[in-house]
Design a protein around this ligand. Structure first.
Ligand code: PLP
Length: 432
């Protein structure tokens, strides 16, 4: 069976796994083990020297997690993936695998609040400067680039603005300079495959749509395998200069016989080994269950979101609706270029009554859950100005698109009439 010819619906249930050879188990087993018996000392030495790829210790790899990694890599059109403990760990590792103190990264301003904090504070404290630029102008990435720029970073469908990122032009600017574009595709799995548009690396919070049931935190990094790290030369020192933690091996050279996986293998064998943010096998199992139904769920999330957006747009008490389907001009053109099969499951809207109305709306919801999450089977709502974005200054909030009366919805899989009924009564309470 040639996996490259299979469609997403088929890959979601098959990629990376075919019945356990020792037990015949069809479902992917949970390998809840810390470690693996080596055949002999020769085998152990070969594994540690990376002459042979195989199981050593679950902090670095695990057979259950391996299926998830292969499945998501296949769905994304990448060559390999690395599962980590959370989406935050995926974003941090994706950058720490390229940048050290004194280096910089150019990032879109349109980011999840947690990523903003990681970039603006924690990475900066570690000596990595993140330069924020307006994603509407791809050339801004080129202007912010200097000799120490190691990566570009953006989200495909960033909330709260929900304006799709110009992946192709920014990826092209980066490739010219030896700078890979890392795309956080958390909000648009299957709807967008950033690697097809030139991105080098894709990261996910698997906590959201991939898991889909709101049970498990996890993250993934997918290596597209098409970025020429070797040609980037001194621009990418972590991959092109001797690594003292691997007997002076140069990753792009040492990994060549294994395929174009230098980036992802270094992330696993250096960052996961040393920083330890591993996904538990149980969470990998849960996320595999989610991925199996992703092709069924994404269109339903998107359909419910589109209907909610249209319904909100017709209301007098809502001053603005944020949803790609409601956009026009450049933003709409990008949504139509990069997304297919719907505009995703997120909708934002602005209440005229500001913070007070936003809070009253949230406090009045009966069906939708008030949580700091997206991508659950259940519909969710949050008021970012008083929660996820409250640590940011007003200027930072404005840069990320959060205004006082902004409410974010993540539409689940319920019947649309039940969702609209709850929104209707909560809007009435907010106005009161
Ligand atoms: N990226 C995006 C777009 C997110 O929405 C989130 C979480 O909300 C993250 C990354 C972080 O993921 P996690 O919560 O799994 O650490």
């Amino acid at each position: 069976m040639d996996a490259s010819k299979l469609r997403a619906e088929t890959l979601a249930v098959h990629a990376g796994w075919r019945a356990d050879p020792s037990t015949g188990s069809v479902a992917v087993p949970i390998h809840q083990t810390t470690s693996y018996q080596f055949r002999d000392t020769e085998h152990a030495s070969a594994l540690f020297a990376l002459q042979e790829l195989g199981n050593i210790y679950t902090r670095i790899m695990n057979p259950t997690t391996d299926v998830l990694e292969k499945r998501v890599a296949a769905l994304e059109g990448g060559v390999a993936a690395l599962a980590v403990a959370s989406g935050q760990a995926a974003s941090a590792f994706a950058i720490q695998n390229l940048a050290r103190a004194g280096d910089n990264v150019v990032s879109s301003t349109d980011l999840y609040g947690g990523t903003w904090n990681l970039f603006a504070n924690t990475l900066r404290d570690q000596g990595v400067e993140v330069r924020f630029v307006d994603p509407a102008d791809p050339e801004a990435f080129r202007r912010a680039t200097d000799g120490r720029t190691r990566a570009y970073y953006a989200e495909t469908l960033p909330n709260p603005k929900l304006e799709v990122f110009p992946i192709a032009p920014v990826a092209a600017i980066g490739r010219e300079a030896g700078v890979p574009l890392i795309m956080d595709n958390t909000a648009a799995p299957l709807l967008c495959r950033p690697l097809e548009h030139g991105a080098a690396i894709v990261v996910y919070s698997a906590t959201k749509y991939l898991g889909g049931h709101g049970t498990s935190i996890g993250g993934l990094i997918v290596d597209g395998g098409s970025f020429d790290w070797e040609a980037a030369g001194e621009r990418q020192p972590f991959l092109n200069s001797p690594d003292p933690s691997y007997h002076g091996a140069v990753w792009t050279q040492a990994v060549k016989p294994l395929g174009p996986i230098a980036y992802i293998l270094r992330a696993r064998t250096v960052l996961l080994r040393d920083l330890g943010a591993a996904m538990s096998p149980f969470n990998a199992f849960q996320i595999i269950q989610g991925v199996e139904t992703l092709p069924l769920r994404m269109p339903r999330h998107a359909e419910n979101a589109a209907q909610v957006a249209a319904w909100l747009a017709a209301r007098a008490d809502v001053t603005r609706v944020i949803h790609p389907g409601q956009q026009s001009g450049e933003a709409r053109a990008r949504a139509d270029r990069y997304l297919s099969g719907g505009y995703g499951g997120l909708v934002g809207f602005e209440l005229a009554g500001g913070v007070a109305a936003g809070r009253r709306f949230i406090d009045s919801l009966q069906l939708l859950y008030h949580v700091a999450n997206i991508g659950d089977a259940r519909s969710l709502a949050i008021h970012p100005a008083s929660t996820t974005h409250s640590q940011l200054s007003e200027a930072e909030q404005a840069a990320t698109g959060v205004t006082p009366g902004y409410v974010r919805l993540s539409l689940g899989l319920e019947h649309i009439d039940d969702i609209l009924a709850d929104l209707d009564q909560a809007l009435a309470a907010a106005a009161g």
